[in-house]
Ligand binder design. Structure first.
Ligand SMILES: *Cc1c(COP(=O)(O)O)cnc(C)c1O
Length: 552
């Protein structure tokens, strides 16, 4: 009933000979590779059109578009590939009407609900340079200078975390036996890589046993005399750890989640007990995780105390500082990360508080030889003793993202990053103060860094909140209202805040409630923007409250 692609195309070119058609396609395709020779205006046109669109996109005042998801799905439900090359003009029109207009303005100063924000301008020309050069960081034969440049950028970051001696860095920075850090696509892969190294090192080759890398988990546990293996950390650990334990073969039941205190920091006493219990049960602890900046609320675990527990038990200590890592740039706040120096491995995301494009995850190692435990070779590449970065990495081919990292460290610098971190925390404190002063809101936790959780309180319940006498039913009502408020706010699209769930205590009972979640990191966000977001929520909140009163 349906014409296949070839039949359609034959119909369209009925009058042309096969030869003419082949020539036309070859010509069109080759033009795409050499636009400047065949059609000088084409390249110029592409650049100009993109520049205009980017300008408009970045200067839009709203955060979201109000198209509903079902209409979007309709737009993307055709899976046919066009037979002949399309023109850039028509494709660009398609992009503008269907993608660009319905994308999220993550750089909007009033989009303050997620960890994705405005980027410095220099990343745009650098992105062009990176794709134009098309270096493949997997091996020296496709990257050359970039391999050493990447190692240098990672060492610069390593030095900020561990501050070892000049001698240490001179010895390891360009030593192909050493790995100070690995550049990966994101925090998820960084966390997985860290645990992979911890697993392989702790269950390595010994007395004739080939090690877990060679013989697998079952034989390794058997050889070492363990009943099973686990990873332990806070219940607010990022969900990348669920992926990691699944991949490592220990199952998500092998991820032990320790409750947090009222400040969202892991409960050290319970952690200590869990570690003792695992040891009593003969379970191998692959790693203990400390979170420096939880995705949920920005809280920082007591890293010094966790380090002590890990040290006493001779267990790998990993710090997930994907979000909070760059706080080390701030003289005023770096004390919050005290203990990070003792970590055996640390994750930091460049695409969060280093203000770099997505695709820059990093994992750092205290011991420059820890990553030898995951090293792989291949005869056509990844030769032993080479500088090929892919031999100690989960990923294979990958782009030269180190360009952004190195550039950011140079163009923004320590002082620049310090300014950005300090400003974010200052603005978060401003927002917390505003929220505390307004009866329309309740601050749920005093912010540790630059995330904030709070909720809107409908008028009739404001006095009850002030007296701390909310019942479970009141909380249920407030939860429903806040969930609707957040959805409505997102749909209207003037401003944006995300939502999460928090456990609170109401009359000695622990209950789960919905909280609004602000992430204050966009350098373009001003106090005025923060006020605008709160006012938007008050307006939407009061409208919903009215509606629900009529409904009741
Ligand atoms: C964002 C985040 C991750 C995951 O990073 P991706 O880059 O999204 O893969 C892991 N841990 C924490 C604490 C994070 O905030």
């Amino acid at each position: 009933m349906q014409l296949n692609n070839q039949e359609i195309s034959k119909k369209n070119i009925f009058s042309k000979t096969e030869e003419e058609l082949q020539y036309k396609i070859a010509d069109k395709v080759m033009q795409l590779f050499f636009p400047s020779i065949h059609e000088p205006e084409l390249a110029e046109n592409m650049d100009l059109q993109i520049a205009n669109i980017v300008y408009d996109f970045l200067n839009a005042s709203n955060a979201n578009t109000n198209i509903d998801l079902n209409s979007l799905i309709q737009k993307f439900s055709d899976s046919q590939v066009p037979i002949e090359p399309s023109s850039f003009e028509s494709y660009f029109k398609y992009l503008t009407n269907n993608i660009i207009t319905h994308s999220i303005h993550t750089s909007s100063p009033r989009f303050i609900g997620h960890m994705t924000s405005a980027l410095p301008y220099f990343v745009q020309p650098l992105a062009k340079l990176m794709t134009a050069m098309n270096q493949n960081a997997v091996k020296i034969e496709t990257a050359k200078a970039l391999s050493f440049y990447e190692r240098q950028a990672l060492s610069m970051m390593h030095r900020q975390i561990y501050s070892f001696s000049d001698n240490f860095y001179a010895q390891h920075i360009q030593n192909n036996q050493s790995t100070l850090g690995i550049l990966v696509s994101g925090g998820t892969i960084a966390n997985i890589t860290a645990l992979w190294c911890a697993r392989n090192t702790s269950l390595g080759p010994k007395n004739g046993f080939g090690g877990i890398e060679k013989e697998g988990l079952a034989l390794a546990l058997n050889f070492y005399g363990y009943k099973g293996a686990v990873v332990i950390g806070s219940e607010l650990m990022h969900f990348s750890f669920d992926k990691a334990v699944d991949l490592m073969g220990i199952g998500t039941q092998g991820l032990i989640k320790i409750p947090v205190d009222s400040n969202n920091r892991v409960n050290i006493q319970v952690l200590r007990q869990a570690v003792a219990k695992c040891r009593n049960q003969n379970l191998h602890i692959i790693a203990i995780i400390g979170v420096a900046g939880t995705t949920d609320s920005g809280s920082v675990d007591p890293l010094l105390e966790i380090a002590e527990i890990a040290h006493e038990n001779n267990v790998h200590f990993h710090v997930d500082a994907a979000w909070g890592g760059p706080i080390i740039f701030s003289k005023k706040y770096r004390h919050k990360l005290a203990g990070i120096k003792q970590a055996d491995s640390v994750t930091i995301d460049g695409h969060k508080q280093l203000y770099l494009p997505m695709g820059i995850g990093m994992v750092f190692f205290r011991d420059p030889h820890l990553a030898s435990s995951i090293e792989k070779e291949a005869s056509y590449t990844m030769r032993k003793g080479s500088f090929d970065l892919g031999k100690r990495a989960l990923e294979g081919s990958r782009p030269g993202m180190s360009l952004f990292l190195h550039a950011g460290l140079n163009l923004i610098g320590l002082k620049g990053y310090e300014f950005l971190i300090d400003e974010s925390i200052r603005k978060t404190q401003y927002m917390a103060t505003r929220i505390s002063a307004m009866s329309e809101f309740e601050l749920l936790v005093k912010p540790d860094t630059n995330l904030l959780t709070y909720r809107y309180i409908p008028e009739p319940l404001r006095e009850v909140v002030a007296k701390k006498q909310l019942t479970k039913t009141d909380n249920l009502l407030i939860t429903q209202l806040n969930e609707n408020l957040q959805k409505m706010q997102r749909q209207i699209g003037r401003t944006f805040i995300s939502r999460t769930t928090k456990t609170i205590t109401s009359f000695d009972e622990k209950i789960s409630v919905v909280a609004l979640r602000a992430v204050i990191a966009n350098p373009l966000t001003t106090e005025e923007d923060i006020d605008a977001v709160l006012n938007d929520q008050i307006q939407i909140g009061s409208e919903i409250s009215m509606l629900s009163f009529f409904a009741n």
